[in-house]
Design a protein around this ligand. Structure first.
Ligand code: AMP
Length: 214
């Protein structure tokens, strides 16, 4: 049966990096609510402005807006089998809404927790840099580019530093994770749909653990 693979983990746990690898290497489409909201930020609509403010503060966009977006994206014709959700669900209500979506789409949910200790997350987030062209993710401490702040894959492209990767927003995002999202781990565990991988160490080693589960 087709699945909805839910990557669950704190901001900075590596959900985006791993979801991108699943997409590149296994052709499993990746849907990242964070990426969708970041794309939206550039639009000149009231909703886009609101999303921009919420993201900058590190808080969460409302459950209903987020659900509508996830529903739209996952109903497109290019997503007809298993897909990966990166950054969704993040609240108990979103988890309920996802259950309904999975029923409608006739898919099972498989949750995979990427576990990283809290003190490492802070360093990962504040050191993170992203290529605005191809989306490749670097880190000034653990995965630097070959040439200073220029993407290894896109010549002459300067990396960007996410505006919500500043210390204050990072603190809010980690707190929001603890209160709203971490309880979902227990929820998926109780319902027998949780697997866990160790998110510390090399990207490739983490991917090897993930690959055996999907
Ligand atoms: P991310 O790239 O997953 O860290 O998401 C960046 C930001 O987008 C979050 O801090 C939220 O403001 C917003 N966001 C992403 N996913 C969700 C979600 N499932 N529910 C609400 N807001 C979200």
């Amino acid at each position: 049966m087709d699945k909805i693979i839910v990557l669950i983990g704190a901001p900075g746990a590596g959900k985006g990096t791993q979801a991108r690898l699943l997409q590149e290497r296994k052709g499993i489409p990746q849907i990242s609510t964070g990426d969708i909201f970041r794309e939206m930020k550039t639009l000149d609509t009231p909703l886009a402005k609101e999303v921009q403010q919420i993201m900058a503060s590190g808080k969460l966009v409302s459950d209903n807006v987020t659900y509508r977006i996830v529903r739209d994206r996952t109903s497109r014709s290019d997503i007809n089998g298993t897909y990966v959700l990166d950054g969704y669900p993040r609240t108990a209500i979103q988890a309920e809404q996802l259950e309904e979506l999975a029923r409608e789409q006739g898919k099972d949910i498989q949750a995979i927790e990427i576990d990283v200790p809290r003190d490492e997350l802070f360093r990962r987030l504040t050191g993170r840099r992203t290529c605005p062209v191809c989306g490749e993710i670097y880190n000034i401490y653990s995965k630097p580019t070959k040439s200073d702040n220029v993407c290894d894959l896109q010549p002459d492209t300067q990396l960007s530093h996410r505006s919500d990767d500043n210390e204050e927003s990072v603190r809010t995002r980690l707190e929001t994770y603890e209160t709203s999202t971490a309880p979902l781990i227990e929820y998926f565990d109780r319902t027998g749909r949780l697997e866990k991988i160790d998110g510390t160490g090399e990207v490739e080693d983490i991917y090897k653990q993930l690959e055996t589960l999907v």
